[in-house]
Design a protein around this ligand. Structure first.
Ligand SMILES: Nc1ncnc2c1ncn2[C@@H]1O[C@H](COP(=O)(O)OP(=O)(O)OP(=O)(O)O)[C@@H](O)[C@H]1O
Ligand SMILES: [Mg+2]
Length: 334
């Protein structure tokens, strides 16, 4: 298949996906694409968010359905973001960002449960050493592996909890593993990631440094550029549910919000417009090549423009600068 044919196939798939979402967005979300994760969200007639989430995973001829208890209203977005595949067919590292207690870590764990994947979770802090991730050689010359090593080589879900608290030394040491899916371990072996290795980070900040509320190291741009971002606000309906109240509603998770970007070409033009403004105003921000690749992956997965802008293009850009940018680009970015 040549490039233009594979582009056509991708577009056809995106359109098929989108029409499924269009038909069912308020009551049911469902898609069944080979090797991807889909989900079916059943809502009660009262309009309250789903008390159960059914996740359908189709892998070749095999279909598995897992039922989870009530989840954050953005959980379907987490599933769909984790189902996005980049231009090489690999999953994209995802950062769940938000205030304490909104359920980010829980969502990472729920993703592993939903996909019936084994997982490894490490909590990061400024003292976390590289050796606790990449392993080390003991006095006898034997390599001592880690949870990260297992996740990377055996294809588990890796949850990097409080990833923004890692020292720059540690987060950059993971760059090739997280972003390029290849890394060298201290025993001298260079390993490629198992195809099922999936990376979910949770963070209270966007990794751009501490705030008056949160202590966090400023992460290198090379670390931040490797991530898709999803902001996780408090879900009051879920909170109420956790303390036994059943009548508090949550917002709906409309994955086609903003409307579809109909073609790769249209996305390319949108990114071009954003970049022109960034350049004209000499903004200290870049709409990077990875941003574009991730945006296209999201477009193919059926996400609407509003999601693509937030998760793949705005990412960790400060909101005031982003608003300025969107304002100037005008209708094309609304
Ligand atoms: N869907 C859910 N069902 C039941 N309990 C939940 C759910 N989501 C979150 N919780 C509970 O809410 C609490 C906060 O969730 P969690 O620890 O995931 O938050 P967090 O966003 O990771 O917070 P922090 O930023 O402080 O790490 C936990 O006790 C968790 O078990
Ligand atoms: Mg947490």
């Amino acid at each position: 298949m040549n490039d233009s044919q594979s582009g056509d196939a991708a577009t056809a798939t995106a359109i098929a996906m989108q029409s499924l979402i269009d038909q069912s967005v308020d009551t049911r979300l469902e898609h069944r694409l080979p090797d991807l994760v889909g989900q079916k969200v059943g809502e009660s007639l009262s309009g309250l968010p789903p008390l159960q989430v059914e996740v359908t995973i189709q892998n070749g001829d095999e279909t598995k359905v897992t039922t989870l208890e009530r989840q954050h209203y953005l959980f379907p977005a987490v599933l769909q973001l984790m189902a996005c595949r980049d231009n090489k067919g690999n999953p994209i590292p995802l950062a769940l960002v938000g205030p304490p207690g909104t359920g980010k870590t829980y969502m990472g764990l729920s993703y592993a449960r939903a996909t019936e994947s084994d997982f490894v979770i490490d909590s990061f802090n400024p003292q976390t050493p590289v050796s606790s991730l990449k392993g080390y050689m003991d006095a006898g010359g034997n390599y001592v592996p880690t949870g990260f090593y297992r996740a990377f080589t055996e294809g588990l879900v890796y949850i990097a909890d409080e990833y923004d608290r890692a020292s720059g030394r540690v987060s950059t040491a993971l760059n090739s593993a997280v972003g390029n899916r290849v890394t060298t371990f201290p025993d001298g072996t260079t390993r490629e990631a198992h195809e099922n290795f999936a990376f979910v980070a949770t963070m209270n900040t966007y990794g751009t440094g501490g705030t008056s509320r949160f202590v966090a190291d400023k992460q290198d741009e090379s670390v931040l550029d490797r991530l898709l971002y999803l902001w996780i606000p408090r879900d009051e309906g879920l909170e109420a549910h956790m303390i036994g109240l059943s009548d508090v509603t949550s917002p709906k998770c409309k994955l086609n919000q903003g409307g579809k970007i109909p073609s790769t070409k249209k996305l390319w033009e949108l990114v071009g417009k954003l970049r022109d403004v960034v350049k004209r105003h000499d903004m200290h921000f870049d709409i990077s090549s990875r941003s574009l690749l991730f945006a296209e992956a999201m477009r193919r997965q059926g996400f609407g423009k509003r999601w693509i802008l937030e998760c793949a293009l705005q990412r960790h850009m400060p909101i005031d600068q982003w608003n300025e940018l969107i304002e100037e680009v005008g209708e094309a970015a609304k």
